[in-house]
Write a protein that binds this ligand. Structure first.
Ligand SMILES: Nc1ncnc2c1ncn2[C@@H]1O[C@H](COP(=O)(O)OP(=O)(O)OP(=O)(O)O)[C@@H](O)[C@H]1O
Length: 764
C-alpha cells in the first residue's frame, strides 16, 4: 500500500520541479542582465521586513508571468533560484548578497561565462556554487548523467572547504558529488567517480583519474569552475590544466574566480571563454585588501626573526595567530622549538606533508580556539577560518599577490583583522612593491620596541642540546630557508648575494645551531622532470644534511610544502588613514612619525649587533643556467672553474680517454697471457708425447726380452711385425687424423681458456 503512495509523491514532486524549472527558465530569460552591466547601488530603504516583503512580491509576480529584472536584486530570495536552494541559503544564514554575489550571480545564472575578481573573504565561493547547483537542477541532472560540474582548486584543503559549501547549499537537491582529495584512496575514488555529478578537486587528482580510471567520462560536463583561477592557470598547473581542457567539452559554461584575477589574454584564451563578463567589484576601491584589515611591516634582520616572532607571540597570548613560514622544515622546527619553550598559548602546525584528516582536524581546532598556527603557503589561499586576529608573515611572500592572499586569512566578510610582515633589510624592495600605488596596499612600517625583544637563541641552543634530533631539523630549516630564497623568481627582492656570510652564520646561531650548515648551489641537467628533481633534492638531503644542493629549476611550490632576525626600523610613512593603525600599538612597535622609509643606521648597529662587518658573498645569481656556485667552508663562493676539478669525481663522470686506455691495457695483458698459455700447452703436449714414447719403448723392450727367450724364427717375424706395427702406429692414416683432431682440440682448449680469461678480466 505504501509503495504506490511513495511513487505518487515522487511523481508529484517531479511535476512540481518541472513547473518550477519552467518558471525559473522563463524568469531568467525575461529578466536577464544585459552583457557588461553591473547592478545598481542597493537602495537605502531596505529594512529587513521591507526586503522580505519585496522578495515575496518579486516571486509572486514571476509566478504570474511578470518577471522582474533580477540584475538589481540585493537578497538571495529575489533571484530566480529554486526553492530548495533558497531554503538552504536561508538556513545557512545567507540572506543579503555580498557585492561580488550581486554582480556575478545574475550573469552566471543566465549562462554567461564569468571572470570574477573580488577581495579576499568577500564571498566568491557562493558566487560560483549557487550557479552550479541551479544549472544542474534546471538541467534535471541525475546520477546517471555522470559528471556535470568540475570545480578546480589549487589545494586539497580548499577543495574540501568548497565541497562543504556545495553540500550546504545543495542539501535539499539530489545531486551526488564530493571532494576528490587524498583522504580516500584513488582506488575507492575510481569506483565511484563516474557516478558523481559535482567533482571538487585539484588539477593533479583529476588528471590522475583521466589517466587511470577506466571509462572516466566528462563528455557531458555543463560547468567548469576555477577557484583561485590565476593560480590554477599559472605555469605550475599548466600541463595538468591543458590535459583537463582537452578532455572536456568546449560547449560549457566557465566560471573563473580569484582575489587576484589573471588578466593574461593567453591564460583566458586557454580556457576558451565565450563573451565572458569581467566582474571586478573592487577595481575602483582604494585598497586591494579588505577594508577592515590593519597592515603593518617591520624590518627585521634574518638573525632576529625568531626572537621577534617569539616576543610577538608572548605579547599576544589571547589572540588567534596564523604564522606563515616558507618551508615545511621551518614550520616543523619553529613549532617544535616553541613548543619546548612553552610560550603560554597552544601551538599548532600545518603543512602539505600532513595527512588530509590531520590537516582537517587542525583547521577545526584552530577555528575553535585561541592558538598559534604555523603554516606553509598551503594555507595562504582560500581557506576560511573564523576570527583569525593576526596573520604574521615571518618569511617574505614570493609576490604581492601572495601577500594579499596570506593577509586575506583574516578580516573576512566584514570582520576585523590585523597583519604583520617581517622583511629582512635585504628584502627592502618588497616593501616598495607593497607600497607602490598600483598595489593598493595600505601598509604601515613600524619599528619594534627593542627593550621588549626577547633574545631566545641561547634557550633554543639548549633545547637542541637536549633534543639532538631537533638539531637536524634546525639544519634543514636553515638550508631550506636559503634554498627558498634562492629559488624565488623575483630577483629584485630575493637575492642571496645581498646577504653577508656573517648574517648566515648569525642566522644559524639564532636557530641554536653550533655551526653554520654548508650550502652548495647546483644546477642539474636540463629537462629533468619535476618529480625527479624533487627526488634528487630529497635524496641529497637524506644522506647529507649539511651539504644541500639546490637545483635552480626546482619550483618554489615544491619547497613550499617545505627565515630571518634583528630589528631595523623604518620610520612610519605619514598616512592619511593614520588612525586606522592605532590598533597596532600593541605589537612591538611604537609609531614613528615621518616620511622617510630609510633604515636608521644607528638602530641597525644597536639592534642587529652583528659580530663582524658585512662581507658580501660573490654570487652571481644572473649567471647562465647550468653553471654552479659552490661555497668554501667560510661560505665564500668558489670560482666555478676553480672548483671544476673538485666537482668531477671519478664516480661522477666516466672519461672516454680513460676507458680506451684501459681497454688497450687489457688487450696487451691478454695477448701476453695468450703467449704464456700457448707455451704451457706446447710443453704439456711434449711431455705427453714423451711419456707415450717411453711407454712404447718399455713395451718393445719387454717383447724383445720375451723373444730372446724363444726358439729363433718367430722373434724375427714378431720383430718385423712389431716394426711394421710401429710404423703403422705412427704412419697410418687413422693416426694422422687423430693428430689433426688433437690439434683441433688443443686450439679449442686454447680458445676456451682465452675466453675464460677475458670474462674474468671483464668482471674484474
Ligand atoms: N552573503 C553572505 N552573507 C553572509 N556571509 C557570507 C556571505 N557570503 C559569504 N559569506 C561568508 O564569508 C566568508 C568568506 O567567504 P568566501 O570564503 O567565499 O570568501 P572568498 O571571497 O572566496 O575569499 P578568498 O578570496 O579568501 O578565497 C565565509 O565564511 C562565508 O560563509
Amino acid at each position: 500500500m505504501r509503495r504506490p503512495q511513495r511513487r505518487a509523491l515522487a511523481k508529484q514532486s517531479r511535476a512540481k520541479d518541472g513547473d518550477e524549472i519552467r518558471l525559473l527558465e522563463a524568469w531568467i530569460d525575461a529578466g536577464k542582465p544585459l552583457p557588461g552591466t553591473k547592478p545598481p547601488p542597493p537602495s537605502e530603504e531596505s529594512s529587513a521586513a521591507n526586503a522580505r516583503a519585496r522578495a515575496r512580491d518579486v516571486v509572486a509576480k514571476a509566478a504570474a508571468g511578470d518577471y522582474s529584472d533580477y540584475g538589481a536584486s540585493t537578497r538571495f530570495d529575489e533571484l530566480p533560484l529554486s526553492k530548495k536552494t533558497k531554503d538552504a541559503l536561508r538556513k545557512a544564514g545567507y540572506k543579503e548578497m555580498s557585492e561580488i554575489q550581486r554582480a556575478a550571480l545574475p550573469h552566471a545564472l543566465c549562462g554567461h561565462d564569468v571572470l570574477g575578481a573580488a577581495k579576499t573573504g568577500s564571498g566568491k565561493t557562493l558566487a560560483f556554487v549557487i550557479p552550479v547547483i541551479e544549472k544542474l537542477y534546471r538541467e534535471k541532472w541525475s546520477q546517471e548523467d555522470g559528471v556535470g560540474c568540475i570545480i578546480l582548486s589549487p589545494t586539497n584543503d580548499l577543495a574540501g572547504q568548497i565541497w562543504e559549501v556545495v553540500r550546504k547549499v545543495g542539501k535539499h537537491h539530489n545531486f551526488s558529488g564530493g571532494a576528490i582529495v587524498k583522504r580516500t584512496g584513488i582506488e575507492q575514488e575510481k569506483e565511484r567517480i563516474n557516478s558523481l555529478n559535482i567533482l571538487v578537486c585539484t588539477p593533479g587528482r583529476l588528471v590522475q583519474h583521466f589517466d587511470e580510471t577506466p571509462n572516466f567520462d566528462c563528455s557531458n560536463l555543463q560547468i567548469l569552475v576555477l577557484d583561485e583561477a590565476d593560480q590554477i592557470l599559472d605555469k605550475n598547473f599548466k600541463s595538468q590544466v591543458d590535459i583537463i581542457l582537452s578532455q572536456i567539452p568546449k560547449a560549457r559554461q566557465t566560471l573563473l574566480f580569484s582575489a587576484t584575477q589573471t588578466k593574461s589574454v593567453k591564460d583566458l584564451a586557454r580556457v576558451s571563454l565565450k563573451n565572458p563578463e569581467y566582474i571586478s567589484v573592487h577595481e575602483q576601491a582604494s585598497t586591494a585588501t579588505p577594508d577592515n584589515l590593519e597592515q603593518c611591516a617591520m624590518i627585521v634582520p634574518l638573525e632576529q626573526k625568531l626572537n621577534m616572532l617569539w616576543s610577538f607571540i608572548k605579547r599576544h597570548l589571547k589572540s588567534k595567530i596564523l604564522v606563515f613560514l616558507s618551508s615545511v622544515k621551518q614550520v616543523k622546527f619553529v613549532y617544535e622549538i616553541f613548543k619546548k619553550l612553552r610560550p603560554g598559548i597552544p601551538l599548532k602546525c600545518m603543512h602539505g606533508r600532513m595527512k588530509y584528516e590531520v590537516q582537517q582536524a587542525i583547521v577545526a581546532e584552530f577555528s575553535e580556539s585561541t592558538s598559534v598556527l604555523f603554516s606553509t603557503d598551503i594555507f595562504a589561499r582560500g581557506l576560511d577560518i573564523g576570527n583569525v586576529d593576526w596573520v604574521v608573515q615571518v618569511d617574505c611572500p614570493e609576490s604581492v599577490a601572495l601577500y594579499i592572499h596570506r593577509v586575506g586569512r583574516t578580516a573576512r566578510y566584514n570582520k576585523k583583522g590585523k597583519s604583520l610582515i617581517f622583511l629582512c633589510p635585504e628584502e627592502e624592495r618588497m616593501l616598495e612593491k607593497l607600497k607602490a600605488t598600483e598595489s593598493k596596499i595600505p601598509i604601515n612600517v613600524r619599528k619594534p620596541k627593542v627593550e621588549q625583544l626577547e633574545q631566545i637563541s641561547q634557550n633554543v641552543a639548549a633545547v637542541l642540546v637536549k633534543f639532538p634530533n631537533l638539531q637536524q631539523l634546525g639544519k634543514r630549516a636553515f638550508v631550506t630557508y636559503l634554498k627558498s630564497v634562492y629559488l624565488q623568481g623575483d630577483k629584485e627582492v630575493f637575492d642571496l648575494s645581498r646577504f653577508s656570510a656573517e648574517s648566515f652564520a648569525a642566522y644559524a646561531s639564532s636557530l641554536g645551531l653550533p655551526v653554520t650548515p654548508k650550502i652548495r648551489f647546483v644546477s642539474h641537467k636540463k629537462n629533468v622532470s619535476k618529480k625527479d628533481m624533487k627526488d634528487i633534492d630529497v635524496k641529497q638531503m637524506k644522506h647529507k644534511a649539511e651539504v644541500i644542493e639546490i637545483n635552480p629549476q626546482v619550483n618554489r611550490y615544491m619547497l613550499a610544502d617545505d627565515g630571518p632576525d634583528d630589528d631595523i626600523l623604518y620610520p612610519k610613512k605619514p598616512n592619511t588613514d593614520a588612525n586606522i593603525y592605532d590598533g597596532l600599538d600593541d605589537i612591538l612597535s611604537p609609531k614613528v612619525p615621518g616620511t622617510d622609509t630609510h633604515m636608521e643606521p644607528e638602530k641597525i648597529d644597536e639592534l642587529a649587533a652583528r659580530p663582524l662587518k658585512k662581507k658580501k658573498l660573490k654570487i652571481n645569481m644572473h649567471r647562465p643556467v647550468g653553471t654552479r656556485v659552490k661555497y668554501d667552508d667560510e661560505g665564500n663562493a668558489i670560482d666555478p672553474l676553480a672548483s671544476l676539478a673538485e666537482e668531477v669525481g671519478p664516480e661522477d663522470v666516466i672519461h672516454k680517454d680513460k676507458i680506451l686506455q684501459r681497454y688497450a691495457e687489457m688487450l696487451r695483458e691478454m695477448q701476453e697471457d695468450d703467449k704464456e698459455d700457448k707455451a704451457q700447452h706446447k710443453k704439456s703436449l711434449h711431455e705427453k708425447k714423451f711419456e707415450k714414447k717411453m711407454k712404447l719403448k718399455r713395451r718393445r723392450q719387454e717383447e724383445t726380452d720375451a723373444v730372446s727367450d724363444d726358439s729363433g724364427s718367430e722373434p724375427d717375424r714378431n720383430q718385423n711385425m712389431s716394426s711394421k706395427g710401429k710404423k703403422k702406429y705412427f704412419n697410418n692414416s687413422d693416426d694422422d687424423e687423430g693428430g689433426d683432431a688433437a690439434k683441433g682440440r688443443d686450439l679449442l682448449a686454447q680458445q676456451e681458456a682465452l675466453a675464460l680469461k677475458l670474462l674474468g678480466k671483464m668482471h674484474d
